[in-house]
Design a protein around this ligand. Sequence first.
Ligand code: SAM
Length: 350
Amino acid sequence: MNEKLFKIGQKLISTGKLSTTEYKYLIDNRNEEITELLKNEAVKKRKEIYGNTVFIRGLIEISNICKNDCLYCGIRASNKECERYRLTKEEILSCCDEGYSLGFRTFVMQGGEDLHFTDDLLVEIIGEIKKKYPDCAITLSLGERSYESYKKLYDAGADRYLLRHETADEEHYNKLHPFKMNYKTRMECLKNLKEIGFQTGCGFMVGSPHQTTENLAKDLKFIEEFSPQMCGIGPFIPHKATDFRDEPSGDVELTCFLLSIIRLIKPTILLPATTALGSAEQGGREKGILCGANVIMPNLSPHSVRKKYELYNNKLISGNESAQEIENLKNSMKNIGYEIITDRGDIKEK
Ligand code: SAM
């Protein structure tokens, strides 16, 4: 084994911290041996904290209407081919009813930045879900909002907020987003969410256009320093109605390698094996779990809208991806030695 590589790997395992240059070296020089070593250590740490349990979240895609125009995203405002929809409060609540009876104890409301979902409306929806299901956690993933807005949603009972930083490099950020969107605003939002008290999640796409290993190293350093409670990473997958349609998809093996590293940076982190990972390769989600992930977010949206929430081509919407197929998902986790449990699935922070 390359001695320098091994030393850096050992440093990560024992301290959970590396310099950006060391992260880059690890990614650039990764080989089978270091991948195996980090994977085994990541799984060991994850098992010390979470055993072999896997947390599930019911994902409700509340709207594909978005004011933003992120260059990579299938529901970007300028995609005129996208058939738009938004769920009503009643539809969202009925997703929760179904999810609760299937064993979900976290509901994730995700959507484009749809101005219809005002603070008042969201506060009302959060309040009703919490009243009906006080034993459940609510995660929001609704993009950038003001400090005051986040605070109102938190005070209404929302527990967690996912906002991927997308890239921790400002120049790269600008290559993925329109001029109107701003790296500093994104970082400010993440800081605010954490300050308010949300269990906060950041994350990025692996293999997004223009991404370098230096960018990835910066992402890892950012995660180390920001210390989020959750982190969502998945491969970039092109969408036919975006300018990135001909770009290659992100690499599944690299995504799994990064999942192991993130687990080692923060052993308690809630780390999903994402839909994008499952969509990029059959069995991708299982691979993610075997590399240190401990969360899966099956789709609980009404069947009629699932195809319309198309962030990228060939997004999985059926099979184990569907909340209704939870028994199959339980079996496929059992086959690899893991167990899905009915639990809110909060972070076990010391
Ligand atoms: N609007 C909210 C936001 O921006 O945080 C939530 C919805 S947004 C569509 C959720 C995530 O999907 C983004 O953070 C992005 O990383 C991911 N995503 C979008 N387009 C993608 C693509 N082509 N491939 C993989 N992931 C993608």
